[in-house]
Design a protein around this ligand. Sequence first.
Ligand code: CDP
Length: 214
Amino acid sequence: MNFVIAIDGPAASGKGTMARRLAQAYGFAHLDTGLTYRAVAKALLDEGLPLDDEALAEKYAGKVDLAALDREALSTHGVGEAASKVAVMPAVRRALVEKQREFSRTPPGTVLDGRDIGTVVCPDAPVKLYVTASAEVRAARRTDEIVANGGTADAGAILEDIRRRDQRDMGRTDSPLKPAADAHLLDTSEMDIEAAFLAAKAFVDEALSKRNGG
Ligand code: CDP
């Protein structure tokens, strides 16, 4: 069986950067599962269709092509908000989770990051990380990111958005955001990217050496 690194956590916790760096370090394929929910939301928005019609959203979820996810086009704030609305619908989740599970079997190993990887998508993953940081720290990071990319950002509004999204993701009935019972918790509020990566890598190395009988 191939090796899966499952990473979950709330918006702007730093899990995406961590996932990319781990994938690079181990030569594993990486899937940001948030992009799959974003792809469904963007397709609906682009066609002026409602975000709360489950049968319609399910149809678009079935068409998502993991090899064609365009991170840049999917990265806008509005698409992220819309994604957390389509993500409450069980039929959408079923369709996307099936594709995500198939991806997770890519040899020699994979890194998946999202909200429900350790709990639902890959419950048997040999290593699970739950990455968090306080809402204030996450809002500050998101604000800095927008400013660094030449945009303007209202820090107060971003904090409000993050709190609202946390509530929606943690409060939904189907696959709410929560740490798996066997996840390692990593609070990165006081860690920079390098420190967070090294802490994550230590957990992965430990799981790999167990896997290899060491
Ligand atoms: O990058 P950011 O954390 O802002 O968002 P994202 O990871 O791209 O995810 C966007 C939205 O998709 C989240 O707010 C969740 O509602 C949803 N999502 C999910 O439900 N399950 C996943 N495995 C990944 C994302």
